[in-house]
Write a protein that binds this ligand. Sequence first.
Ligand SMILES: C[S@@+](CC[C@H](N)C(=O)[O-])C[C@H]1O[C@@H](n2cnc3c(N)ncnc32)[C@H](O)[C@@H]1O
Length: 260
Amino acid sequence: MPLFSVPKEVAVGTAMLGVAFATGMLAGKRYPSLVFGTPKSSKSIIGKSSPLWQYILDHSLREHPILKKLRLLTADHPWGKMMVSCDQAQLMANLVKLIKAKKVIEIGVFTGYNTLNMALVLPDNGRVIACDINEDYVKIGKPLWKEAGVEHKIDLRIKPAIQTLDELLASGESETFDFAFIDADKESCNEYYEKCLRLIKKGGIIAIDNVLWGGRVLKPRKDDLATQSIHHLNEKLLRDARVNISMLPMGDGVTLAFKL
Ligand SMILES: C[S@@+](CC[C@H](N)C(=O)[O-])C[C@H]1O[C@@H](n2cnc3c(N)ncnc32)[C@H](O)[C@@H]1O
């Protein structure tokens, strides 16, 4: 089981109450500015039942057939909503290509949708360090990594991600990575960010998922450590002179931090 103190399903299921706060939130306003439908069971700000969501996919999604196969397979899993949204994954693949990344980190693999997504666009000698604690989830996607012919680019580390990041730092891999995706237990997101920032080169990118956490960041409860942790990182990133940032209302909110 994932180590979320608030299961993503719950956070997402109760998330938007039919309202996308996107523009208003980004502008620091307290009113909803865009209404896109009722994303009851969606992890996306634009509800997956919304015709706009379908329109976006119909007009932008270019998904490798094996990636699609893994997405459909994962969707049937009881925790399927933990999977990254496919439009967000495509953005990350485009960024990985744009910066000609060779070494990337995925913190939180689940069934490996985004791990496969990134491996597909890396050069043949590229490497994804894929971190998770739950091998049962990963086993679902692993055969498809092989089927897609990219298994050799994926270095799976089944142990707490902090430990893997510390090992990479200890083995002299600081400033050698191009891209990192942080998508595991939210209580550790600041630690993941700090360690990734050391591992990433200047010009590299860190993508942090769930930065809106189903809207809970608007009013973090004191006893809700996951939301507190995300909110503190969001506040810190706003003033972090080591990076430029963009916070995107995509999926459950993703911040891109560009290392200076
Ligand atoms: C939201 S899912 C990741 C989704 C994935 N990025 C994708 O593309 O679909 C979160 C994952 O983080 C893993 N996780 C939770 N705590 C962890 C930890 N301390 N270290 C490594 N992985 C962890 C869970 O087992 C789960 O598979």
